[in-house]
Design a protein around this ligand. Structure first.
Ligand SMILES: [Zn+2]
Length: 446
């Protein structure tokens, strides 16, 4: 009975999710004022940083006033944490109020810790449940979670599925063969993974004689961690391999396991606007870009009490829209993470992201979909080589394939690249995040 009623419910939080844009802005301003005041009162770092910038929480009258506040970046998070162990002086509550920490997989050594109070944790799980609900997960589903709790911010998201009422299978990180056995035994209907791993797992299944679309019950795949889930060609390939629907999620180790996700319309990712305020800024001038244009995502938490993040530079290049979504939700939608500021290649003056190349390689059936970009510098000029694998059994001559991809790359990205066609299986397969760029330039400037 309860399940039937729940299955008919369209929204997890109907009033919030369908409010007008003006109501969203008013809610954000109200939350922002209180959150800035909390940061100022509880965190010695923010108190000093706000004073140095000549700003204060009580001077905020509009959302635009936030632009007067100083930026925060990953390096500062790390430095303050090391200066004041354990949690750093950006934290705004005493450690006794902290009940959970996750750690980011920092590529530069010391991981940064992200603390949660009990309320923060509850808010987070409620949000994850809301997001899973928007992607069609229901209490009748069996959700298999193959991430673990060991400090990884994606781990606890399984509790969001549990809160929603789905049967949640905590598989943990297990070898692919074992995971396939679990999926088959439990007839799991939903999983969460990276796009690369979804592809790898599906291919592994086939090698083992399992047809994911026929022998498994997976109908929904939530993906995060790489841009692939928002590239229609990549999504379509995973969907046809699995006979399932793929939903892209965007998470940030310093805030939530996922901060945005696709609804069933799959037209952008609905953003957690009651938890996180966004700015999209030109990476060079730091001025806001127009809606729909690409820029660096800068985030301000609105509720997370343990460690507020005020104007945190993510380094992710994104774009957003506030156009109404057919699902009826009114939150702004992330149109895609086009790449990392760090991954942005500038090839002879043209900005290029690996995801641009991915779309081209994946929409062509004569390729396997695996690719790599190699950047070299010859005679002071950068040059790009795109390596792509020819699908087994493809009858098109190598030279013709290379010429075709070269032409399309030039037409779509404006970059002239050398294309090298490899045999199927020649490139290393990723089990987690795929390394798509090999930069062989001695020095890189941007
Ligand atoms: Zn929607």
């Amino acid at each position: 009975m309860t399940i039937d009623i729940a299955a008919e419910r369209r929204f997890w939080a109907p009033t919030l999710e369908t409010q007008s844009r003006a109501e969203w802005r008013a809610l954000q301003l109200d939350l922002l004022k209180r959150h800035l005041a909390h940061a100022e009162a509880g965190s010695p770092y923010y108190r000093a940083a706000f004073r140095a910038a000549g700003v204060s929480a009580e001077s905020v009258r509009s959302l635009d006033d936030l632009r007067r506040f100083p930026f925060l970046d990953k390096r500062t998070l790390r430095e303050r944490q090391q200066a004041v162990p354990l949690l750093g002086d950006i934290a705004a509550v005493p450690e006794s109020e902290v009940v959970y920490v996750s750690a980011s997989s920092g590529s530069t050594g010391v991981p940064t810790l992200s603390p949660f109070t009990a309320q923060d944790f509850d808010d987070w799980m409620d949000y994850e449940a809301r997001q899973f609900w928007s992607s069609g997960l229901r209490p009748t589903d069996r959700y298999c979670h193959s991430l673990n709790f060991s400090l990884f911010v994606g781990g606890p998201c399984v509790l969001g599925a549990q809160k929603l009422g789905a049967l949640s299978i905590h598989a943990g990180t297990v070898p692919s063969e074992r995971l396939l056995t679990i999926l088959r035994q439990f007839q799991a209907t939903a999983i969460w993974t990276t796009p690369s791993y979804a592809w790898y797992l599906g291919e592994t299944a086939r090698k083992e004689g399992i047809d994911p679309a026929r022998d498994l019950a997976v109908k929904r795949i939530f993906v995060a961690g790489e841009p692939g889930g928002s590239i229609p060609e990549t999504r379509a390939r995973i969907e046809s391999l699995w006979g399932a629907s793929v939903y892209d999620y965007y998470g940030l180790s310093d805030i939530f396991g996922s901060c945005a996700g696709m609804c069933e319309e799959k037209n952008g990712l609905h953003w957690a606007e009651d938890h996180i305020l966004t700015e999209v800024l030109d990476p060079v001038t730091h001025e806001p870009v127009r809606e729909g244009e690409r820029g660096e995502l800068v985030l301000t938490t609105l509720k997370k009490r343990a460690r507020p993040l005020i104007r945190f530079r993510t380094g992710d290049i994104v774009s957003f829209t506030t156009e109404p979504c057919r699902c009826g939700r009114t939150s702004q939608r992330l149109l895609g993470v086009h790449g990392r500021l760090d991954d942005m290649l500038i090839i002879r003056g043209v900005n290029l992201f690996p995801s641009d190349v991915e779309a081209l390689v994946r929409q062509d059936e004569d390729f396997t979909g695996e690719y790599r970009l190699v950047v070299t510098r010859d005679h002071h000029l950068d040059s790009l080589t795109v390596e792509a694998e020819r699908r087994e059994g493809c009858a098109v001559p190598v030279e013709d394939l290379a010429a075709r991809l070269t032409r399309r790359l030039k037409a779509v990205t404006g970059v002239g690249a050398r294309v090298e066609i490899l045999a199927a299986g020649a490139l290393p397969r990723a089990t987690h995040k795929a390394k798509r760029v090999e930069d062989r330039r001695d020095t890189v400037w941007a």
